[in-house]
Each structure stands twice: as structure tokens, then as C-alpha cells.
Design a protein around this ligand. Sequence first.
Ligand SMILES: [Zn+2]
Length: 282
Amino acid sequence: MQALSERLDALLADTALQRIEILGFSALKTYSPAHDSLQGHRLVSVSRRAKYLVWTFDDGVRVVLHLSQAGRLDIERPPKTTRPKGAAVRFVFGNDEIGLDGSSVGVLVREYGTHRKASWWVLAPHDEGPLAGLGPEPGSTAFTDVILSSESRRRLTTDLRDQHVVAGIGRGWGDDILHRARLSPFASLHSLNEQQRGALLTAITTVLAEALQLERTREGGLSEAKLGGRFKVHGRAGEPCPTPCGDTLNRVSFENYEMTYCPTCQTGGRVLADRRMSRLLK
Ligand SMILES: [Zn+2]
């Protein structure tokens, strides 16, 4: 998401919004300010907050876009007028306000699959909308404070995935981070000593920096889908541990998701019991 926002910013900042074509009504979550009030306004920047893309316009109004898992952006040069399957909205930007300069760029938001979850909001200045209540981003002092001092007793994976605790750690990176920090996926912040908290902080910083580096060099479409190949640990149960310690990566279910970990590197050789399964067997 970070790399995507950087690419959009480089491509579109300082151009004017020429039009918005609503292609799927359910995706727009606000009615005021009206989306067409943005027409003719200059886009100041595209940035990221947690999993949201934030488009800031010269009048302080922001468009916030959440792509969800199956959502993606297509860049159209020149903009199309089609309505592809799964299309939610098309934004058309250009160097003038009315679209006669011939250099317009279309940004089509569409979804693959049957779940329609991509959403967008038009927010008046100072309205936080879905951004309200998000936790601090990695790299900030507030984020460091959470990792170094929180006494949360929830599973680390739960806290790292909860955007209200800490924002900006994408789905899946939690497994790679905990593996790098050599921490059990069932550990909690409360259970960590000072050294382990430090290791966790370092792991978060390095794993996210590597992820961003990889994304920045990646060619091709502006897609958030198909992330699988990027992970070193996540989703790779059954494969050899990348350290390499000689062990095989294992998977364990917790609540409604699966985690991948290395018993040798992370749990002192213990194979974790599937929590969902143990509850059923009680
Ligand atoms: Zn290992």
C-alpha cells in the first residue's frame, strides 16, 4: 500500500480532478460533501494511512479509499469509458480542469471475485471518517511506545493485525516479523522481556523496510492482490525454515486465521496445538 501510494503520488499529484464516474453505488460510504464537488480541484498528494489510500485535494477535502483483499487499481492512459465487471469507481485526472489537454489519466477501482468490499469516502476537512481511532504507524514514537511498554495479554499476532493498536502492518507480515524476532505467535506483549521487545521492534522495522523495497522495485500493475510470493514465512507451511535451521515451517490455527512459524526458531521446538481444534475437543 505504501509503494502504491508513492506511485500514485508521483503520477497524479498536482493534477486536477476532471471527473468521477460512479460505477458501483455501494462502494461510496458518504453523501456529503458530494463527490462531484471535487471536480476541478487540484490533487495535492496521495498518501497512505494504515490500509487506506488518502487523496488530499486543494480545498482540504480528502478521498479515502480502502481496496480490500480483492480490490485493485487500474491506471488508464487515456481514461476509458467502459464499465468492467466489478468496477466501483473511476477517477479521471489531468492538467486542466475540464479534460481537454489530452494527457488525462484514469484510475479505475475494481474488484475481483464476488465480495464487494472496496469502499471510499469523501471527507470534509477535519473529518477523520474511517481513519479515526487508527493506531500509530511503525517508525513513530507512539508506535515504539506501544511495542516497548504495552502490557496487552492478547496474542502478538492479534495485536499486530489490529489496526486500532498499531496501524500499517499488512496481513501476513505478522508471521514474517515474529519469525525474524524469534518469538512464538502465541506470545503476548505482556509476556516479553525488554530484550524480546527490542527484537520485535527491530524485526518490524526491517521486515517492513524490506517489503517496501521489494514493492518499490516491482514492475507491472498497481495491484494489491497476489501478495503470497513476497513472504518468507507466511503461507509457507511445509517448506524449510529460511534461517535455515533445518526445521520445517509449521502452521497453527488461532481464532479465524492461520499462522506459520518455525518450532526450532520460535517456540523452543514445541509444536503449537491448534486452538480452535482443542476448544472443540474439550
Ligand atoms: Zn527455523
